[in-house]
Structures are given as C-alpha cells and as structure tokens.
Design a protein around this ligand. Structure first.
Ligand code: NAD
Length: 474
C-alpha cells in the first residue's frame, strides 16, 4: 500500500477512534473486561495458530511459544480481570490542616486514543500485552506489529478484525512508512517497544503533539556473579534465560562479570548447562527441536561479525562458535577474555553470544556497569544479602533480580520497564493501566471556605503574621 493510502486509512480510523474515545470516558469495568475476556478466550482457542505463525517466522519452538508468548498474555488478562475494578476506583487522599473544608481524590480517566508499536522478538505478546493495558484503561488503540515477523503480524490483524470494532482497536501492518505515517498523527498516548535508537525517533514525533509516551527499550543487561555465589545454579539460570528465543530477548543476560578466580569453574558449569538444555545426545544444538533461529540474515551477519571481531581482538570461544547461514543458526557461544574494546561490549547483543568479563574487585565490576547506559535489567548472583543489596544500591537499572534472571518480567505485581536509555514509563498489570490513564487530581470545595482564602490581598499585618505562621508550622 502506498503512503497516501496508508495515511488516508489512518486518518479515517483515528477519527473514528477519537469519537469513540469520548464515549469510553464513562465506560465501566464490566464493559472493559468484556473486551479483555473475549481477547483472552481467543488466545487460548487459537494457540495452534499462534504457535504456527511464530514457527513460520523464525522457527520458534512450540513450547517456547506457549511459555513466552501465550502465557504472558493470558496471565496479563487474568490479572486484569481480577483487579480492574479495584484499579479504577477513585483514590481518596488525606486532607492536611491547610485544606480543611475540602475533600480530594485521584480519578483515573482514559488518556484516549493510543498507538502501540511492537517489535519482532516477542511479536505476539509485546503487541497484545500493551493492548490489554490500553483496554483496561478505557483507551482505543491502533497496533503496528513488526514487519519482520509477517505471519504473526497477519495473525494479529485477523484476530483484531474478528474481535473488535474499528473504532475500538485496529491494526495497521507495515514497516517504516506505516510507522512514520502513524507517528505523524495526534495520538494521546504512544506505547512503543523496540530499540533505543527508534525510541528516540518516537519520542521526537510524540513531542509534536505532546503525546505521552511509554518507551520499552533495550540495552546491555549485565549479570554480576560474586565469588561466593552458587556457580552451578547461576550458570544454569543464566544459560536458560540467555538462550531462550535464541538470545533475542530484551531482558536476556547480555554479559557476565565474574571474579577471575572462579571464571573457569563457572564456564565449565555453563558448558554443562548448554548440553543439558539443547544437546543431551551431543549431536549438535542445531538438531534440537527446542532451539530457535536468528530472525533474518541481517541480524545473523551482525552477530557473526561480533564473534569475529572479538576473536580478532583476543577473545576465546569457550563453547560454541558454529553457524549455519542457510538456516540462520548460531550455536550458543561463550566468549572469555573479553574486553570493552570489542564490538560485542558496545551495543545490546540480542543473540546467543555470551561474553564473560573477569574482575578482581566488586567495585571494578560495578564501575564497568556504571560506565554504560542504564540497562533494562541487572542480575546479581551471590549468597550474601549484604552484597546483593550493595550491588542494587550502587547501580541503576529498569529492574533487578537476585539469584535468578528474567523472572521479574513475569511477576504480575511488579512494574516492568527501563530507565533513561532502556526506557521511560512502566508496563504490566496495574502499572500498564496507569500508563494509559490520566491520574486526575480532583478537589471538592465542601463548605465554601479554605485557609487559602484568608491569604488574599490586601496583605495587612494580620495576614503577614498568618503567612509567617504557615511557613513555620505547616
Ligand atoms: P526496532 O526499534 O527496530 O523496531 C520496533 C518497531 O519500530 C517495529 O514495529 C518497526 O517497524 C518500528 N520502526 C523501526 N524503525 C523505525 C523508524 N525509523 N521510525 C518509526 N518506527 C520504526 O526494534 P526491534 O528490532 O523490532 O526489536 C528489538 C529491540 O527491542 C531491542 O533493542 C530490544 O531490547 C527491544 N525490546 C524491548 C522490550 C521491552 O519490553 N523493553 C521488549 C522487546 C524488545
């Protein structure tokens, strides 16, 4: 479709949605939940279609789709169904002495029309999860799925057509041109998931209309392992969360910082963990039905170049290194003797390559992390609570996990998101609802008099004394 046609289509749908958004201001929890229940039921009854679409796009194993695409959406819907009434309730706030005679509360009004732009790496859940938040808050939504996973994009298109009226939810498929045409329009809120580079473009476009934004971005999420950690347990957890989805996960452990004295023991545990996960027969990971592929040639070439560059600069491959370009297969690859002069330590890796950097003193490891842009997640493994607290206090990251990885993403009561370079705003559950809501502060004058009215001009002596008292005692 050419740009003029896309623009005309967007304009028509957005006008419809803007009108409907006015009606949604008074929508009840029951009305919103009806839509979310429909969505929830569709997802469970179309599990096979979702699995097939993801497998066609990048050979994602079926069970991985169940765990990482279907479960998060179903869990988000269920959590919202259970809690929405409570989230929507007005929140009374206490009345300080200076406001005697008034009553105040916070009420949650829908922001209005929203735009959801999704990435390709969890193309279903990262489009539909935010949609549940938009619906819970009473917003309309236009979704732009990623063009890099066309089967999922087309499935989302038909799902939305089946479940929703155009004035409530609509899907615009396409790549850069579709995104740019959408970003030129005056949405009330934009929920973007993707790279920090595109996040900046989204924020600049949003500025033209002063649309609010949620930016769910990426970054290099470090793992800090301390000397006294359970190394076998850490290796198992790091390997399973690094190599799921072939390393193409926003919160995947990006690199590991480990004391030099335990590095070799840790690497041996990592090797064992990879064998247990994907290569029990020792016939090659490429034969495992549980291991996916890189999404396209561009990313395959980018990742193999990272390994070549690292090896040329002195890194060693402790395991892996095998590639099959015809299938976009990259073996789980562990690099040791890594330094920050290597390309692999510059940007988010987003693939199955795990660099290991040594440190001798914990503060040295923390300074490596603090020199980088703030990551989406930080993982620390240690059997000392004191050290864990020290690491979390001395670093800044969107989220953090002690003695495990990635699990915070699935916890329904935790806010999920980045900080600065890894994102702005928070998603999931109540936090997602708040992101699509305007938290309107409402004050009601009850008796026609407040302390504030005693401070109007003329500022005579008595009033000046009153102000002195106010500054001193309230
Ligand atoms: P991307 O930024 O390239 O693309 C994301 C979306 O933006 C796609 O729909 C794409 O069509 C659109 N887009 C691309 N270029 C654009 C432009 N110039 N102008 C407007 N729109 C544009 O990201 P990706 O490659 O799809 O996903 C990978 C990135 O997403 C990684 O950085 C990863 O960490 C991040 N991510 C973050 C989260 C999170 O929850 N924080 C989740 C998944 C992925």
């Amino acid at each position: 479709m050419n740009v003029e046609l896309i623009t005309a289509q967007i304009e028509e749908i957005l006008n419809l949605q803007k009108c409907h958004a006015l009606q949604l201001r008074t929508s009840t929890a029951g009305e919103r939940l009806k839509l979310i229940r429909k969505l929830h039921d569709w997802v469970l009854s179309h599990r096979k279609d979702i699995r097939t679409a993801l497998h066609s796009d990048y050979r994602k194993p079926f069970v991985e789709t169940d765990i990482s695409e279907i479960y998060p959406v179903v869990a988000e819907a269920k959590h919202t169904i259970k809690n929405l009434k409570h989230w929507m309730r007005v929140r009374r706030v206490p009345t300080p002495a200076t406001f005697l005679g008034t009553k105040a509360h916070v009420q949650y009004e829908p922001k209005g029309s929203s735009l959801i732009i999704a990435p390709w790496n969890y193309p279903f859940s990262l489009a539909i999860g935010p949609l549940i938040s938009a619906l819970s808050a009473g917003c309309t939504a236009i979704i732009k799925p990623s063009e890099m996973t066309p089967h999922v994009s087309s499935l989302i298109h038909s799902m939305v057509g089946e479940l929703f009226d155009n004035n409530q939810v609509y899907v615009i498929e396409g790549g850069l041109e579709a995104s740019q045409a959408l970003l030129a329009k005056p949405f009330d809120h934009i929920f973007f998931t993707g790279s920090p580079a595109v996040g900046k473009i989204v924020m600049r476009s949003a500025a033209d209309h002063l649309a609010s934004v949620t930016l769910e971005l990426g970054g290099k999420s470090p793992v800090i392992v301390t000397k006294n950690a359970n190394l076998k347990d850490a290796a198992k957890k790091i390997a399973s969360t690094k190599f799921i989805n072939c390393g193409q996960t926003c919160v995947a452990p990006d690199f590991v910082l480990i004391p030099t004295c335990v590095r070799d023991e840790f690497v041996n545990h990592l090797r064992d963990a990879i064998v247990t996960l994907y290569d029990r027969e020792e016939a090659g990971v490429e034969l495992s039905p549980d291991y996916g592929r890189i999404v396209n040639d561009r990313h395959f070439n980018r990742l193999t170049e990272l390994v070549t560059d690292a090896c040329a600069k002195g890194a060693m491959i402790a395991r892996g290194g095998k590639n099959l370009p015809d299938q976009n297969f990259i073996e789980p690859t562990i690099l040791t003797h890594v330094t920050d002069a290597m390309m692999v330590m510059e940007d988010e890796i987003f693939g199955p390559i795990l660099p290991i950097m040594d440190y001798d003193d914990l503060d040295e490891a923390l300074s490596v992390v603090n020199k980088m842009p703030k990551p989406l997640a930080l993982y620390a493994f240690s059997n000392s609570n004191k050290l864990l607290a020290y690491i979390f206090q001395k670093t800044s990251s969107g989220g953090a996990v002690a003695n495990d990885c990635v699990l915070h993403f699935l916890h329904p009561e935790l806010p999920f998101g980045g900080v600065n370079n890894s994102g702005i705003g928070k998603a999931h559950g109540h936090y997602g609802f708040l992101e699509f809501s305007n938290q309107k502060g409402v004050l009601k004058q009850r008796i026609g008099f407040t302390a504030a009215s005693t401070l109007l001009p003329p500022y005579n002596k008595a009033k000046r004394l009153l102000i002195e008292g106010l500054l001193k005692y309230f």
